[in-house]
Design a protein around this ligand. Structure first.
Ligand code: HEM
Length: 393
């Protein structure tokens, strides 16, 4: 440890308005964020999937009844088994597979934009989250994983509910509702895993079984991947659509009908308010970040993009954040190091194609609701709806 090292002040227990506890050390400086991500032996991902709000008895009992368990396999795995499991999953998202998927993504994007145009013509308005952003990423993910494309509305609902249960601030009653949804999802996953073992051809669960994973480990991986592999992309598309139509994106709605325009809008949103703006680590032992001593067990919140979540949650308490660098975290949006996102290329491609096709199919629209409700969880954000109508004239 450097001679000039200093201990951080104790963590505040309450945010300035007294509404929430802040158990995290917020790291904002991109160099420090990268440093933490590249030292997995010092900063473990073991807390990646831990509920932000501790679950209460009734919610826990609902989960226990279906045998719900999330043993560490991928995102939260800090053991030597991570590399091998990651390799199996990465085999379903190779750069060549992703590139080859582009025509299919475009086909789905055109269908979705066409459905939005039809609804607009029929009713005078449509919600672009529901019609354009929600389903194509889920279909693409299931097809790439060799899994049946079914129960999509349920999958979307389960994903949103589980994000709130594990990354939100639900009270006891809400926890119970969300736990029922998570239990339904988990039971569905268990059936899917069993069915996939006997299905013809290659699929994710067969490959994981061949690698030696147990059914519980496969359900844990599926629980994370079936949410992370599509809802985060839906949310990136939703925010980009909203900012484009609000005219605060890097490009205008008309420009977004070109690939270049769509790409710059998506990249701008990724850099400023990505759908996964933060991610967590925990100090595995007494260690340091630069000159600062970090005691074992310190929970760390890494800021990957923008700062809306940490600011909104009151997590910007002086003395408990690092902001010594230039402030841009581009390049860290999908994480970095051995746990870097396996879907980065796919997510960006899907977002660009879907935005481009929507802007091309719906040239004359404007926002109908300028202040939609937003998902604002610890590590996920997006407008819940992007309601539009035809521009007059
Ligand atoms: C806009 C969309 C997405 C964003 C912003 C995003 C962001 C992230 C971030 C920040 C991490 C943590 C990285 C770390 O700990 O260093 C992560 C991990 C991961 N993501 Fe994504 N992701 C997105 C879409 C996807 C998609 C589409 C897939 C799959 C098709 C995917 C699969 C994964 C996996 C498997 C991991 C865990 C990797 C590991 O632990 O080895 N993600 N993602």
């Amino acid at each position: 440890m450097p001679a000039s090292s200093k201990a951080l002040p104790p963590a505040p227990t309450e945010t300035p308005d007294g509404s929430a506890r802040c158990p995290y050390l917020v790291v904002r400086d991109p160099e420090s964020v990268r440093d933490v991500l590249h030292r997995p032996a010092d900063f473990s991902p073991a807390n990646a999937l831990v509920a932000v709000t501790p679950l209460e008895g009734p919610a826990l009992r609902v989960l226990q009844r279906v045998g719900f368990a999330l043993p560490p396999v991928l995102a939260s795995n800090d053991t030597g088994s991570h590399g091998g499991i990651r390799k199996v999953v990465a085999g379903f998202f190779t750069p060549a597979t992703v590139v080859a998927m582009e025509p299919r993504i475009r086909e789905l994007a055109r269908q979705a934009a066409g459905n939005a145009a039809d609804q607009l013509a029929r009713t005078g308005h449509t919600d672009l989250v529901e019609r354009v952003a929600a389903f194509p990423p889920a279909v693409v993910m299931l097809e790439l994983l060799g899994l049946p494309v079914r129960d999509l509305p349920d999958l979307k609902r389960w994903g949103l509910d589980s994000m709130e249960l594990f990354w939100g601030w639900p009270d006891g009653d809400r926890q119970l509702e969300l736990a029922r949804s998570a239990a339904e999802f988990y039971a569905w996953l268990r059936r899917l895993v069993a069915e996939s073992m006997a299905a013809p051809g290659r699929n994710l669960f067969k490959s994981l079984a061949e690698h030696g994973l147990s059914r519980t480990e496969m359900c844990s991986l599926g629980y994370f991947l079936l949410i992370a592999g599509q809802e985060t992309t839906t949310q990136l598309i939703s925010t980009t659509l909203f900012r484009l139509l609000e005219c605060t994106a890097a490009a205008g709605w008309k420009d977004a009908a070109s690939e270049g325009g769509a790409r710059s809008a998506v990249r701008h949103v990724l850099a400023t308010e990505s759908s996964v703006p933060t991610w967590r680590r925990v100090a595995a032992h007494d260690t340091s970040i630069g000159d600062n001593r970090i005691p074992a067990g310190t929970e760390i919140l890494l800021e990957l993009s923008g700062n809306r979540i940490t600011a909104a949650a009151g997590f910007e308490t002086p003395g408990r954040q690092f902001q010594t660098g230039p402030g841009s975290s581009t390049g860290l949006i999908f994480g970095s190091g051995i746990h870097r996102c396996l879907g980065a290329k796919l997510a960006e491609l899907e977002a660009i194609v879907i935005i481009q096709e929507a802007a091309a199919a719906l040239p004359g629209i404007q926002l109908r609701d300028h202040e939609p409700a937003w998902i604002r969880h610890l590590s996920f954000q997006a407008p819940r709806t992007v309601s539009v109508m035809n521009r007059p004239g």
